[in-house]
Design a protein around this ligand. Structure first.
Ligand code: AMP
Length: 359
């Protein structure tokens, strides 16, 4: 693919805050954006030139959307396969939709990761209540039962602590599931990596993440890990990006566990998109994850990210957003509000980034 000219239009599937921040980064590079999303109150709609408010399966709407754009990308991984196929027959879709087929299914994703020689928690597929009993015998307890598809922010999963509870299979809707060994992690980290259309890879510094009720609450950079763990974590992200022939930004969430005298790194999940744990890069690095993604899908060279200091990113969840005026007066603090109407507990309403320059 040739690099897009500065007046080109980037099509974005999905209109949440990730789409909004992608569009803002695209605008800085001179691109126009067209966002397709079924929700009329999509945060990304407020900042782009054109919007299509339509379902992902609305072929007539997809046809108009794809005719208007030069490249299609996405801000969420549950884009239906048929939608991606329809669009990719007409315009480049980046990252390649084959990545979606792998990352939309936790079982396929874990098998793919293990196939690259990268460790995950022990896991077993679960297709019935009896299957759960067998899986519990094989994996042990505590364990985490998750739906194979459409899980996010802890939705579609439950921890099984003691005594087999085959009813858990029904509680998660009786759909195909995966049972994972519970990982007694020391910390959770992620690596956000960009791969350009020329195959160049740039990773942001390893980020440490703390969750509240399974929802990301804070990220710290650099992560408090040994240099060996940091090197391993980056290598894992690079190996995955390479194996996919990926173009764009992806995030790999990992667990760090004690292993004898040292540490082991296990992959939890791959997000084939920009990621909440990379929001710190807007204010805390010389180039953001959003700009790297736009550069990659536009066929432009990536930048080498330079961190501006020690960084803390705090998500404003639910009613916490009401305190944003307090954050506005704090030094070295950048406030990002997503323009969402309707506060719900745990809903990501905005985030703040605090940059503490290092001597
Ligand atoms: P996920 O939706 O798979 O990203 O899980 C959300 C969060 O649940 C993770 O960030 C962890 O804090 C926790 N979690 C998920 N799977 C496991 C596991 N196998 N062991 C321990 N904690 C887990």
């Amino acid at each position: 693919m040739n690099a897009l000219g500065p007046d080109a239009t980037v099509g974005i599937l999905g209109g949440g805050q990730l789409g909004r921040m992608l569009a803002l980064a695209a605008a800085r590079l001179g691109f126009k954006c067209h966002v397709l999303c079924p929700d009329p109150r999509s945060p990304a709609f407020d900042v782009v030139r054109r919007v299509t408010e339509a379902d992902y399966a609305d072929i007539a709407a997809l046809d108009r959307f794809v005719a208007d754009v030069d490249v299609v990308t996405y801000e969420f991984e549950n884009v239906p396969a048929e939608t991606a196929m329809f669009l990719s027959a007409r315009k480049p879709v980046l990252p390649d939709p084959k990545v979606l087929a792998i990352t939309q299914d936790r079982l396929v994703e874990k098998e793919f990761v293990n196939g690259l020689g990268i460790a995950t928690a022990k896991f077993a597929p679960v297709d019935s209540a009896d299957g759960l009993t067998a899986a519990l015998a094989a994996i042990g307890q505590p364990a985490v039962l998750k739906t194979r598809r459409f899980g996010y922010d802890g939705k579609g999963q439950m921890i099984l602590r003691d005594g087999a509870d085959p009813a858990a299979f029904e509680h998660l809707g009786g759909q195909p599931q995966i049972l994972e060994a519970f990982v007694p992690f020391e910390r959770e980290i992620s690596v956000v990596a960009a791969r350009g259309s020329d195959g160049a890879i740039e990773c942001f510094d390893v980020t440490e993440n703390e969750h509240q009720d399974h929802i990301l609450k804070t990220s710290h950079v650099p992560a408090a890990v040994t240099p060996a763990v940091a090197v391993q974590a980056r290598r894992i992200a690079e190996t995955i990006a390479e194996a996919f022939g990926y173009v764009g930004v992806l995030a790999v969430e990992m667990f760090v566990v004690r292993d004898g005298g040292g540490h082991a790194v296990l992959v939890n999940e791959i997000a084939p998109r920009v990621h909440n744990s990379g929001h710190w890069t807007i204010d805390g690095a010389s180039v953001s994850q959003f700009e790297q993604h736009i550069r990659a899908v536009a066929g432009l060279p990536l930048a080498k990210p330079i961190r501006r200091g020690r960084i803390e990113m705090i998500n404003l969840l639910g009613a916490e957003v009401e305190d944003y005026r307090g954050w506005l007066t704090k030094p070295d603090t950048a406030v990002h509000l997503y323009g969402k109407t309707g506060i719900r507990p745990g809903r990501k309403m905005g985030h703040v980034t605090r940059v503490f320059p290092e001597p």
